[in-house]
Design a protein around this ligand. Structure first.
Ligand code: MTE
Ligand code: MO
Length: 564
């Protein structure tokens, strides 16, 4: 192994340039610490990979990184959440995972260095991190009986690898020190002085090369296995999440009734939002870091709380009640003026009223707290669910197919006229009949109102600021919504001219948005286009701007349009 005899490979001496006596120990310490950090990172990788493997094998909900991510989602303050959505948009969850990854990286470096400098402090630090992740896993709503296993096994594997790696590193370090190549940087600062310098140095160099090689081989093997096992487990987990296959194979009975789309309900104008939003374009908002997997064959809906009789329904029970088709526009409270956090679908479902009736709700109740398998809850006024003429449903299909997994498969609520966070619970598991003064939903303590009807609003879809239009006849078009009431008229104002009435599409029903358009003789230059709507109760869309919290934005959308 003569090529290994060159001490110039050692981190303490790799730099051939002469260095000052004071400089040398500091640089060398930096190198040893980098290697210790590497050991920490590899150990953290082994920790996560072993945990993912166990999660794949015994408890799909036991992934420490996802549990910690979910915990962070639940505790971050509202302003941070809004900032994240503003900065990263739909990628906010990816950004969260990236941030977590960075935190893990830093913690891993620190535990590697600690283990090198003051063993077993690094292992202790890793153990504490593991215990915290275990706490995050087992306190998740609906944690399965063996969810604690992945973080535990991961922690033990990580500690074992950290111990082995850093022991090698320390031996290598000590051998270099004994070899006389390095005399300053014993991590504890108590290096023994070699009695026979020349022979010691020779032996030290030989030992150092063996330990160095051992360190890198072990680190390489551990890192490669962690990568293969970790990525493999996640990919295998996704591929064998049979829920996607079960959903594909699911056959729903034909509905008793379908929505009639009147002639003129769907306008064909380039740039205008389609009347029905394709499922793959439908906005998605939820607190779930990974989409919950719910098997319809084991799904149960519990109706309890202030009821005459607690009722449990299976998926087949629900579907056997008979499906009807409903056209409803869903809206998120986080939709800003001009925003796109809303969409319309044809839903197949069963009236919530009929489902609740099976349990005989108490006359004293005024709210239903709907719960998702992942712990999310929404507070919906009982009357919004039971009043005649209101089509609140438990939906099982969306635009002609079973609910997509990310839109709540197998069952979700859809309530016309209420923002999603107080009504549209996905992956539904429970309807608790209760009172507003007795129970609180997920968003209520987080700065949002317990009750939140959708605010009458309108949006311009075309033309867009980023696409200049040619002078001449141009179509201005968009959508307007006032669920449960219906849109009466939409008006458009160009610069300081008078309000002009737009033409509306034929409404499908009061729960579905309408499309509108106005022809405009555009002259070159920049113009301000403003839109406002009025509903059938005679309310005019509110002009004053309001933020999304606590109960939805208001304001007239005004858009700058360039005409060339
Ligand atoms: N389980 C669960 N259901 C949920 C949410 C959630 O975070 N978890 N978010 C709600 C919110 S805020 C909205 S706006 C709608 C969005 O439904 P979508 O993602 O199908 O568009 O779902 C609602 N249902
Ligand atoms: Mo929402």
């Amino acid at each position: 192994m003569e090529h290994d005899q060159q001490p110039a490979h050692d981190p303490g001496t790799a730099d051939a340039r002469p260095t000052s006596a004071a400089d040398r120990p500091r640089r060398s310490r930096l190198r040893w610490w980098s290697l210790a950090s590497l050991a920490g990172i590899v150990s953290a990788g082994v920790f996560l990979a072993a945990a993912e493997l166990m999660a794949f094998l015994v408890a799909r909900d036991g992934s420490p990184i996802l549990a910690v991510g979910a915990f962070v989602i639940d505790i971050v303050p509202q302003w941070a959440k809004e900032l994240a959505i503003e900065l990263f948009g739909a990628n906010d969850k990816l950004a969260l995972l990236g941030g977590l990854g960075l935190a893990v990286l830093v913690a891993a470096c620190i535990s590697g260095i600690l283990q090198f400098v003051r063993p077993p402090l690094g292992a202790v630090a890793l153990g504490v991190a593991g215990a915290l992740s275990l706490a995050a896993v087992v306190t998740r709503t609906g944690a399965t009986p063996f969810a604690w296993l992945p973080p535990l096994v991961g922690t033990l594997a990580g500690i074992a690898v950290l111990h082995l790696l850093v022991r090698r590193l320390r031996r290598w370090h000590d051998a270099v020190a004994v070899g006389g190549v390095e005399t300053h940087a014993d991590p504890r600062g108590d290096a023994p002085t070699p009695p026979n310098p020349a022979a010691q140095a020779e032996r030290g160099r030989a030992a150092a090369s063996v330990d160095r090689r051992g360190f890198f081989v072990l680190a390489g093997i551990a890192a490669a296995s962690a990568l293969v096992v970790g990525v493999g487990s996640r990919v295998a987990g996704a591929a064998t999440s049979s829920i996607a296959a079960i959903r594909k194979a699911l056959k729903l009975p034909a509905p008793n009734s379908t929505v009639t789309i009147p002639d003129g309900a769907a306008l064909d104008i380039p740039g205008l939002t389609p009347l029905y939003t394709p499922n793959e374009d439908f906005y998605r908002v939820d607190t779930a870091l990974t989409v919950p997997s719910v098997d319809p064959s084991t799904w149960r809906l519990v109706i309890d709380g202030m009821v005459g009789e607690r009722v449990e329904l299976t998926f087949d029970d629900l579907v056997a009640m008979g499906l009807d088709e409903y056209s409803i526009t869903l809206t998120c409270v986080s939709n800003e003026v001009g925003g796109d956090l809303l969409g319309t679908a044809k839903w197949l479902g069963v009236p919530v009223r009929d489902v609740l009736a099976k349990a005989a709700p108490s006359a004293d109740a005024d709210m239903v707290l709907s719960r998702s398998v992942d712990g999310f809850t929404a507070s919906t006024p009982l009357s919004s669910l039971t009043d005649d003429g209101l089509d609140a449903i438990l939906a099982v299909a969306m635009n002609g197919e079973p609910l997509p997994l990310e839109h709540g498969f197998p069952v979700r609520m859809v309530v016309p006229g209420l923002y999603g966070y107080v009504s549209a619970t996905k992956w539904l598991s429970e309807l608790k009949v209760t009172r507003f003064d007795a129970d609180e939903a997920y968003w209520t303590p987080r700065g949002y109102s317990a009750e939140a009807p959708i605010k009458l609003s309108s949006r311009i879809d075309t033309p867009r600021l980023d696409k200049a239009v040619d002078a001449g006849t141009t179509v201005i078009a968009g959508v307007a919504w006032a669920q449960t009431v219906g849109i009466e008229r939409v008006e458009v104002k160009i610069d300081d001219a008078d309000w002009q009435q737009a033409t509306l599409s034929k409404p499908v029903n009061a729960d579905t948005w309408v499309q509108w358009f106005l022809e405009w003789e555009a002259t070159s230059g920049t113009h301000n286009v403003t839109v406002r709507a009025a509903d059938r109760d005679g309310n005019l869309q509110v002009e004053e701007r309001a933020p999304i919290a606590p109960d939805g934005s208001t304001g007239w959308q005004r858009r700058l349009v360039r005409v060339s």
